[in-house]
Design a binder for this molecule. Sequence first.
Ligand SMILES: N=c1c2ncn([C@@H]3O[C@H](COP(=O)(O)OP(=O)(O)OP(=O)(O)O)[C@@H](O)[C@H]3O)c2ncn1[C@@H]1O[C@H](COP(=O)(O)O)[C@@H](O)[C@H]1O
Length: 87
Amino acid sequence: MKDFDALFAELSRKAVERPAGSGSVALLDAGVHAIGKKIVEEAAEVWMAAEFQSDEETAEEISQLIYHLQVLMLAKGLTLEDVWRHL
Ligand SMILES: N=c1c2ncn([C@@H]3O[C@H](COP(=O)(O)OP(=O)(O)OP(=O)(O)O)[C@@H](O)[C@H]3O)c2ncn1[C@@H]1O[C@H](COP(=O)(O)O)[C@@H](O)[C@H]1O
């Protein structure tokens, strides 16, 4: 099963190698503004799922929020350590 670090490593690779058909590459190319809008959208979906949907659906929405946060980190050139040191 993929975890947070494995996804970040995969996305970091894709940002450099830019494979054809990667949605992540397209999102990186769309820029911080577009990624930020997705984060807001996904955060709202997490909230709504937590209040009105199943635990499984909530977990899926959380995974999508995490994914978009990681794409934003890559767009900004932030490392995992840059974030972890604030925890
Ligand atoms: N974990 C994810 C992931 N989570 C969410 N998403 C994207 O976020 C979308 C979910 O957003 P929405 O709920 O808004 O659904 P939607 O309305 O269909 O999406 P949009 O039309 O708004 O793009 C999905 O359709 C995916 O495009 C993800 N895209 C990719 N990954 C993983 O990232 C890695 C690289 O993926 P590629 O860049 O596609 O190769 C792979 O391991 C993937 O599994």
